[in-house]
Write a protein that binds this ligand. Structure first.
Ligand code: UD1
Ligand code: CA
Length: 451
């Protein structure tokens, strides 16, 4: 049966105290709404429509043609939001309504609701909780048949005692919802058009309504403030970490490890506490010690990273990085390399078996294989107006504290003497030395100290 989803996201989200749309607040490196959309895409939903209002540009810019959208202005309630839909049509099929601020629902749950709804006219996802608070209550006959949802603000004191609540996710027969949506009224405590009143309307026409009780309340938690944002992040964090552990990854402390949904890890990776992986791909046996932050990067097998930041880069296999390295802006690091503490690399290609063990800046550099970069080497890549390339060929040795003023080429197996400021190319096998001669003055040291 044809599946559609409509996500309500027009509300303001005042309690976030943010200039951004509530559904764009990040959870594990992605907007809250992304989590809802990803799970709906995974269950083959043919169209996903987001009802937008507050800060709509931000939402539309981000999701572009992955979603349909309709604008609800002003916001007169969840039922009114649905009336604004352009996708709700007089067509066969199912339409699932959910909220943009309920980000933890799993694809398995969406799949179950769609399946159950295909055998009735509407299926509500409900939950049983001790303190039903402000949630809408599911009203059933003594025989257990669902007959309506009553909002807390409109409930009688008897109804307030009901412990089965509406999570907000409801799947309808589209033709019937389209036919009766205009019958919603706003005569209630909040003078809003309640989507939840559709249940009573359906029942009044003799349609068959079911409620599916969900066990795991954490899946349907709503996010209204920063505390709930952190709680929902933990729900998704735990889920992702447990998935990777079941795939053979060791995560030493899952509560202190943040792996986003786009990252891919391989068996026998070991992740220490304090690691954040955003869109990172790790091959087998990669070890990452924290604190480390790795974004839009891939790391090949058996490489070890310690307390480092890596952005938009590719790292080869059996390489060691850190502690305290910073690799950014499209670096390509080879296999069997060593990049040690306080080394920064920017837009640099670094060949197999090359080493840069301490205190170095390599920017816009092309470094061959088996190159040794001494301590404190700096590529002087910027003249204040333009960036220039430093090329270092295979087997070259760059002595400590050398400045390589780009553009400059260091030839194959060439040597740059320690402390040199190199402004001219050094030919293959040659030695470049550029520093003042040393003068030693006898006894001068001691007399200086005694003064
Ligand atoms: C709603 C349900 C309630 C349920 C609860 C679960 C109704 C009337 N009530 O109540 O039964 O227990 O969710 O969390 O549906 N929205 C719009 N346009 C509007 C109003 C809301 O798009 O005009 C969006 C909001 O952005 C939000 C969602 O709909 O994403 C829910 O709205 P909210 O006002 O928070 O509903 P609740 O009062 O929590
Ligand atoms: Ca709410």
């Amino acid at each position: 049966m044809n599946r559609k989803a409509i996500i309500l996201a027009a509300g303001q989200g005042k309690r976030m105290k943010s200039v951004h749309s509530k559904v764009m607040q990040p959870i594990l490196n992605e907007p809250m709404l992304e989590h809802v959309i990803r799970e709906l895409e995974a269950v083959h939903t043919q169209s996903i429509e987001v009802i937008v209002g507050h800060q709509k540009e931000e939402i539309l810019d981000y999701f572009k043609d992955r979603i349909q959208s309709a604008v609800q202005e002003p916001q007169l309630g969840t039922g009114h939001a649905l009336m604004c839909s352009l996708e709700l049509k007089d067509e066969e099929g199912l339409v699932l309504i959910t909220y943009g601020d309920v980000p933890c629902v799993r694809r398995e749950t969406f799949e179950k609701v769609f399946t159950l709804a295909s055998n009735c006219d509407a299926c509500i996802v409900s939950a049983k909780i001790e303190d039903a608070g402000a949630y809408g209550r599911i009203v059933r006959t003594p025989e257990g048949q669902v007959v309506g949802i009553v909002e807390a603000k409109d409930a009688t004191s008897e109804q307030l005692k009901i412990q089965e609540i509406n999570t907000g996710i409801i799947c309808f027969n589209q033709k019937k919802l389209f036919k009766h949506i205009k019958e919603l009224k706003n005569q209630n405590a909040q003078h809003e058009y309640y989507l939840t009143d559709m249940i009573e309307i359906f029942v009044s026409y003799g349609y068959h309504v079911e409620a599916m009780i969900i066990d795991d309340m954490s899946e349907v938690m709503g996010v209204n403030d920063r505390l709930q944002l952190a709680q929902a992040s933990q729900v998704i964090q735990k889920r992702i970490n447990e998935t990777w552990m079941s795939e053979g990854v060791t995560i030493i402390d899952p509560s202190q490890t943040w792996i986003d949904a786009k990252s891919v890890l391989s068996p026998d990776c070991v992740i220490y506490p304090g690691v954040t992986l955003n869109n990172a791909k790790l091959a087998d046996h990669v070890t990452i010690k924290g604190p480390s932050f790795i974004e839009n990067s891939s790391i090949d097998a058996y490489t070890q990273v310690d307390s480092s930041h890596i952005y938009d880069s590719t790292i080869g296999s059996q390489t060691t990085i850190g502690p305290h390295a910073h690799i950014r802006n499209h670096c390509v690091i080879g296999n069997h390399c060593r990049i040690g503490n306080y080394v920064e690399m920017k837009k640099t290609i670094f060949g197999d078996y090359s080493k840069s063990a301490h205190l170095t800046y390599l920017g816009d550099a092309v470094v061959g294989k088996h190159v040794n970069i001494g301590c404190g080497v700096v590529t002087v890549n910027y003249d204040g107006k333009h960036k220039h390339v430093t090329t270092i060929h295979d087997g070259a040795f760059i002595g400590s504290n050398a400045n390589l003023v780009a553009p400059v080429i260091i030839g194959e197996n060439a040597l740059v003497a320690a402390g040199s400021t190199i402004t001219q190319d050094v030919e293959d096998r040659a030695m470049g030395i550029a520093r003042a001669y040393q003068v030693n003055k006898p006894s001068k040291g001691q007399s200086y100290k005694e003064k």
